[in-house]
Design a protein around this ligand. Sequence first.
Ligand SMILES: Nc1nc2c(c(=O)[nH]1)N[C@H]1C(S)=C(S)[C@@H](COP(=O)(O)O)O[C@H]1N2
Ligand SMILES: [Mo]
Length: 410
Amino acid sequence: MNRLDAALNVPLDRRKLLAGAAAGIAAAPAIAQNSIDLGFPGGQSQFPLTSSFPGKGEMILQRTTPPLLETPMEVFDGDVFTPNDRFFVRWHWSGIPAAIDVDQFRLAVRGRVKQTLSIGLRELLAMPRVEIAAVNQCSGNSRGLFEPRVPGAQWGNGAMGNARWLGVRLRDVLDKAGLLTDAIAVRFTGLDTPVMPDAPHFKKTLTLDHARSDEVMIAFGMNGEQLPLVNGFPIRLVVPGWYSTYWVKMLSDIEVLSAPDDNFWMAKAYKIPATPHASVAPGAKDFPTVPIGPMVPRSFVTNLREGQRVAMAPTIAAGGIAMGGDSGVAKVELSTDGGKNWLPATLGRDHGRYSFRRWDARVPVAGPGKLTILARCTNDAGASQPLEPVWNPSGYMRAQVEALTIEVAA
Ligand SMILES: Nc1nc2c(c(=O)[nH]1)N[C@H]1C(S)=C(S)[C@@H](COP(=O)(O)O)O[C@H]1N2
Ligand SMILES: [Mo]
């Protein structure tokens, strides 16, 4: 048994320990000692930091129940893979199991299938495995930066993370059950439940073709370890290149459908304007919408903070991360003159098209005073970040070129 197998088999024999560690999920975290300013335009942008959630280090506390925890930006300067204990957390409903009995756990595969299945974890772990590096990003990442402001979780840029996901192809699991000829879509549900009895369970659906693609997987490993409970232990759906609303956590039910899914989470929530960059004029209401889908390119400076003072020098080091969305990072360029001239950054190691990619550059400094750095990513499909702000009423899909201003000392 190799090291990874050993690591991933641990939970099968240690369910008591897991239950103990997970007990904190429903408890109110201790009073935060420190806070962080996320730099939102106008209004409150100070958030507490907390280390009181199971399996998590210091995180930005957006909400306690159900947990919304954001990754501080400096974490992304460390490595292109986000440590599991700093990986962001988002749940819609607070009925989240505080422990999973790994011997009892079953994944159901039902609906328009030849044979209904109830798959245990040991069976899943024994299937052929795949590993993919992929960014998990909330549709509403960076929502707090929208101008005018929009309702919803006021995330800074840290509702995203990158991991090596290890698991089995969804297609292999579907093929075990066998699909009936009228199957057209696949719906996913986790173990979490709403608190109000008539509220809609969180359910997301992929078309059958997408569900059967090479990349879509059921993951039980994350950066070489089991998933943290709050990131979906024991298994979650991973949909590389797509926003994480589809990445159903604590996956327990796979239902093959013969008609498009009109459940609340597909038909009403997570809809974006059917416009370029999902952008409409602020205040617009009546526009056609589509369910959110693939991600788009983004890039972030991670080695400098907004407002940071640096010593005068001919050039200064700027570095950060970029993602291509649903295709690889082709280039990252920087501008210090508001987007008139762009200089290329050097790209770091390529971990695959769905991964973060490190970039580094030296930007010229004209003289003392404010210096605004713009970073723009273009992906392998030729899509690039717009300079104009993105706006829609739900605060989804922010992807414009971000500006970071530092202060060069005289
Ligand atoms: N079961 C379940 N899965 C879920 C959700 C949820 O509420 N319940 N939220 C989704 C959303 S909107 C996001 S942003 C991601 C967050 O993944 P993470 O908590 O592992 O970072 O989980 C997705 N999967
Ligand atoms: Mo999300």
